[in-house]
Ligand binder design. Structure first.
Ligand code: AHR
Length: 322
């Protein structure tokens, strides 16, 4: 069976493996093997992107006949740590973890490792000994920040006063998207950051933060860079209510590339968006299958994303998968 699984993973028949493990053919002499059980510790439901990622993991588990134990961290690392400890106690076959922040994972991850349970990290990196996890599947968040900054410099001829709405404090994407953006605008002396504040990747918080900045700064900025779609959409509402015509008077840029962002580009209120693919279920289960089959799995698996602006939005919208 182990050899069969390894062969199937190598030749790309991974999806069949879980089905095969679930039920042996009638009359077969093969002993039925136990259903694969995977624990999934999700951050919460702070954004539309997060909901799409949860849906992707759930759907893929179902498709492959995997029993999925889902734990909603409700935005709190302590809940996620507790979930990992429970998964270890339940002796699951693998753990998928989308970590809310980047630090503080040494102990729970080492515990999973000692128990021989592979951990697949999705969408956010952690600072720990890489031996503590099997692989990390994510977008290149630094490059996303760079791409948005390059777009802004090109669009404005290198002259802009920016408000940056950062993601959750201490999270990998917030750190990286800020780093990439600031690295590139440092090459354009005419682009400055007026304010940079966290909106926690949430629409409602993005709107509140933007309202506060509008009150304090009036119209002293020309662009808003939001680390995700939800905060950009919240900021757009705040700008509209203040009569600051987002998309025209104030350029708005975001990361994620969900359907709502494309609708906003078609409506003219959002100027550009950098994709960040949340549909990580297939890649996560491919990795788990490979690990279980003893096949080599790269420590880091990067997604390929593209930047879109308003000129491409209407054509792209109907085909958006999230
Ligand atoms: O970790 C990915 C980020 O988390 C997405 O950009 C954001 O929308 C989500 O909440």
């Amino acid at each position: 069976m182990r050899r069969l699984m390894r062969l199937a993973a190598i030749v790309g028949l991974g999806s069949a493996i879980f089905a095969c493990e679930k039920s042996a053919p009638v009359g077969s002499t093969t002993l039925p093997t136990k259903q694969v059980v995977v624990g999934f510790s999700q951050i919460g439901a702070e954004s539309g992107w997060r909901a799409a990622e949860t849906g992707s993991v759930l759907a893929e588990a179902k498709k492959r006949g995997v029993q999925l134990k889902f734990a909603d961290g409700q935005g709190k690392q302590a809940n996620q740590v507790q979930a990992i400890e429970q998964f270890v106690a339940q002796n699951v076959d693998a753990i998928i973890l989308a970590p809310v922040v980047g630090t503080g994972w040494d102990a729970p991850l080492a515990k999973a490792k000692r128990a021989g349970i592979p951990v697949v990290l999705i969408d956010r990196a952690v600072e720990t000994d890489p031996a503590n996890y099997a692989t990390l599947i994510q977008s290149d968040h630094v490059e996303a920040g760079r791409a948005v900054a390059r777009w802004l410099i090109e669009k404005t001829g290198g002259k802009a006063v920016v408000v940056q709405l950062e993601g959750t404090v201490g999270s990998g994407p917030a750190i990286d998207r800020k780093k990439g953006f600031e690295e590139v605008i440092a090459t354009a002396p005419g682009v400055t950051i007026l304010r940079s504040q966290s909106g926690d990747f949430k629409k409602v918080t993005g709107k509140q933060v933007m309202e506060g900045i509008i009150r304090a700064e009036k119209g002293a900025f020309t662009a808003v860079y939001a680390h995700n779609d939800d905060m950009a959409l919240g900021a757009i509402q705040a700008l509209q209510e203040a009569g600051l015509s987002p998309g025209e008077k104030v350029l708005v840029m975001s990361i994620d590339g969900g359907r709502e962002a494309f609708e906003a580009m078609v409506a003219g209120t959002l100027n550009c968006v950098m994709e960040c693919n949340p549909l990580l279920g297939p890649a996560a289960f491919d990795a788990i299958e490979a690990i279980r089959a003893g096949a080599p799995v790269p420590k880091s698996i990067s997604q390929t994303d593209r930047l879109f602006d308003r000129s491409q939005a209407a054509a792209e919208l109907p085909g958006r998968a999230y």
